[in-house]
Design a protein around this ligand. Sequence first.
Ligand code: ADP
Ligand code: ASP
Ligand code: MG
Length: 425
Amino acid sequence: MALIVAKFGGTSVASPERIKNVAKRLVRIREDGNEVVAVVSAMGKTTDELLGLTNAITKNPPARELDRLLSTGEQVSMTLLAMALEELGHRAMSFTGRQAGIKTDAFHNKAKIAEVHNERIVEALDEGIIPVVAGFQGIDENGDITTLGRGGSDTTAVAIAWGIAADVCEIYSDVDGVYTTDPRIAPRAHKLAAVSYDDMLELSSAGSGVLQSRAVEFARTWGVVIHARSAFSDAEGTYIKEDPEMEKAVITGIAHDTSEVKVTIRAVPDSAGVAARVFSALAEAMVNLDMIIQNVGDGGVTDISFTCPGADLSRATAAMDAILPQIGARGYAVDEDIAKVSLVGTGMKSSPGVTAKMFSTLGDNKINILAISTSPIRLSVVVDAAQATAAVQCLHTAFGLDSDSVFKETQLSAEEIAAKMAKGR
Ligand code: ADP
Ligand code: ASP
Ligand code: MG
């Protein structure tokens, strides 16, 4: 018998039919002799729709109100799933983030889990009830509802798995595991049997949307084993775990991220302390900088470029509007049509030549590199957004990751696939 946390993403609970299928799946897990706690995301595009409603009212929603609104999505799916389980003759009970004991800091929209108190979940399990927990939400010290960032139900699931000492945290989605890259971008991507926490964290942070990076971070810290698998098939998925025996591939996978923007500040006076003033102003405005490029100075001035999440752009421009006139820079230009493409692999550390091969492959395919950044196990380049798919595909082939078979869609409608592709996360 195993104790399992089973998390189902938005696509997996997108309709009453799919919710009923999830209920059947949970019953199967139970009938196989396991105990199970379900965690759910909001149905389909609910979160995006709630954000759309907000946008129609204000471009600057109060963070507290936004969290309260967004948390309602998961509260719909959790109750419907509990009802579907009862309909199949099993006792079930839904729990909001607060009821499940997910305590967070007060950073609305991006809250971090501070404490997990799963007593009610454990009590329910002891009584033979299937607990169904709303993902993505918690409660701060003031008793206000917080949310954990987009894709945050994954983090709820990992936190609960830790809180109840589950054997495994199963994350069910519309793909049957973690592939060498998004199989919708490169259909010759192949499924990985296992990925180390370090590689997975780097892939998620570099934009691979299959698992939220916070969830992987939490799992790594507390040693929670994740099994990423399909809600639509029984196929064995991908295990995320620490395993010293695991082969350290030079390149584990390729991620891409279209959610960042590039800003170039023109003609910044080339003297000590000036860059510090610009970046202090950006830090105060809570802009998360990713790459920074300072060009060669000319005539006492230089251009400085940086990339940051598109979501931070309005705060970045407000900060620059205030600081640039003070330091005498000429102005700035924003390029929103960029993509970051990253090669990830723990084995990269001990393999020279990866950079040269990446650059020559992109060059041979006429893909211009706009910026570069590296870590010991990641190599990222910024390219034109229009060339992102081509970049991922040619690198996937060049680094020998292509599989002989082609990825097949299982259950998704054309509309759902288009929405996934547009999401860019
Ligand atoms: P859910 O809504 O269930 O949380 P997500 O959309 O967050 O599901 O994650 C699944 C999606 O992640 C897949 O549909 C796939 O397009 C995308 N994806 C990105 N990178 C990868 C990867 N390396 N392996 C598998 N899927 C990936
Ligand atoms: N519903 C939230 C989102 O769309 C959280 C999640 O799905 O994990 O981001
Ligand atoms: Mg997700």
